[in-house]
Design a binder for this molecule. Structure first.
Ligand code: 7TS
Length: 414
């Protein structure tokens, strides 16, 4: 992918790992092997220090403050917005709305873009591999408006059926919502092609980029989408902060979704007027420290380099795939040709939760369960999988540790 186009020098993993304080801790008497970055990635000292530095020296409420600290806090907060704009290549900071995370971003689109416009019989198209946060907000919207959610199928490898998708786009389709990368399967979707087909038909597009932002370069203008959602905590930033990118023309026409301070220009009992974009969509005191941390995470990722990160993670993915495929009774769930850095699997005769517990006793953190993607589990006929997901700090040696521990755990549990 990108790594192939650019020269990607290998990462200096010892240096990278030293940037992440938590990676030096022991868990249950073993060095931590953190393979759950798809749920929440660890934070480098640069992020931790940026958040603490803000709290120590600059904290105050943002906007409308004449005093020095308020102006510093505002500059830091708005500086983070500009970093996000550059990170996703948005045309303007007016298109960058800070939210709690991907979940809130998608709910904002459903409630503020969808609810006022959609009517009975309108259709919302999602794919079968979506995280619940890109399904349930549309179901809620459908219940409120009489619209219908239609589902694009996936195949046995976890690839979304593009022909079936085209077949679902009809005169009543108002919106398409799809993941850039699947959290349960790792599938990378060719989102630009999906978006182009929707745009040709005048259909709005929402991309759930929660699993893409940490791993792939994101260019919202190249993708061509109307909305793009992601969370800081999956890209080495803090929890409680995320981003909705929204095309300015659409955002300008959307009613506010929450009312309160900061989103207004004037308030009177005769009626209120709304603030400029993007502040109209940020009611109340925002997560200022979180935004500062997200800005630091973006700087950190930029310092390491997207191409080098992608190359390293692809290497880990290929290595892990080959090693795990050699374990008798282990079945990989999600084998798309274009995959991001995680392996999801089942082991015959062993429950994922038992497996996860034994791995934890060896200091290895994996996630087990339905990964908030129950329709994916249903498709593959499994209640749950074990998922090992990789970040830029993981090593082949950690994959070896996983492999060895899996062998022992399977012998113990069968
Ligand atoms: N979309 C995708 C594709 C995700 O993977 C997640 C979280 C979300 C949306 C929601 O993000 P949030 O930050 O708003 O919660 N995924 C996972 C996961 O795979 N394991 O734990 C959370």
């Amino acid at each position: 992918m990108v790594a192939a186009r650019e020269t990607a020098l290998p990462l200096d993993l010892a240096r990278i790992r030293a940037d992440f304080p938590v990676l030096s801790r022991q868990v249950n008497g073993h060095p931590l092997v953190y393979l759950d970055s798809a749920a929440s990635a660890q934070q480098p000292a640069a992020v931790i220090d940026a958040v603490a530095g803000y709290a120590r020296a600059h904290h105050a409420n943002v906007h409308r403050g004449v005093h020095t600290l308020s102006q510093e806090a505002t500059a830091l907060y708005e500086g983070a917005r500009e970093r996000v704009r550059r990170f996703v290549n948005a045309a303007s900071v007016a298109e960058i709305v800070f939210v709690r995370g991907a979940t809130e971003a998608i709910n904002l689109v459903a409630q503020s873009f969808g609810r006022p416009q959609f009517a009975a019989g309108d259709e919302i198209v999602v794919t079968r591999l979506e995280h619940h946060s890109n399904i349930v907000p549309w179901q809620l919207l459908a219940a409120e408006t009489g619209a219908r959610v239609r589902v694009v199928p996936i195949n046995g490898r976890g690839v979304v059926d593009f022909e079936a998708y085209l077949g679902l786009l009809g005169p009543r389709t108002r919106l398409v919502a799809l993941a850039h990368v699947s959290n349960a399967l790792g599938t990378v979707l060719p989102v630009a092609a999906f978006v182009a087909a929707a745009r040709e038909r005048g259909i709005a597009t929402v991309i759930d980029g929660a699993q893409a932002a940490p791993h792939l370069p994101v260019d919202v203008q190249a993708i061509g989408c109307d909305f793009y959602a992601f969370s800081a905590h999956k890209m080495y930033g803090p929890t409680g902060i995320g981003v909705l990118y929204a095309r300015e023309a659409l955002l300008a026409a959307m009613p506010p979704w929450q009312g309160g301070g900061d989103m207004i220009l004037t308030v009177s009992f005769e009626g209120s007027t709304w603030n400029h974009l993007p502040h109209r969509f940020e009611a109340g005191t925002p997560n200022i420290g979180g935004a500062v941390g997200l800005g630091a995470a973006i700087d950190y990722l930029g310092g390491v380099g997207a191409a080098r990160i992608a190359a390293h993670e692809q290497d880990l993915l290929e290595y892990a795939t080959a090693r795990l495929a050699g374990i008798p009774g282990l079945t990989l769930v999600g084998t798309a040709p274009d995959k991001s850095s995680l392996v999801s699997f089942t082991v015959e005769g062993v429950h994922p939760h038992d497996l996860g517990t034994v791995l934890d006793s060896r200091g290895i953190a994996v996630r087990t369960g339905h990964h908030c993607a129950m329709p994916v589990m249903e498709h593959f006929g499994v209640p749950a999988t074990t998922r090992a997901s990789f970040g830029l700090y993981n090593t082949r040696a950690e994959v070896d540790a996983l492999h060895a521990a899996l062998g022992d755990a399977i012998r113990m549990l069968r």
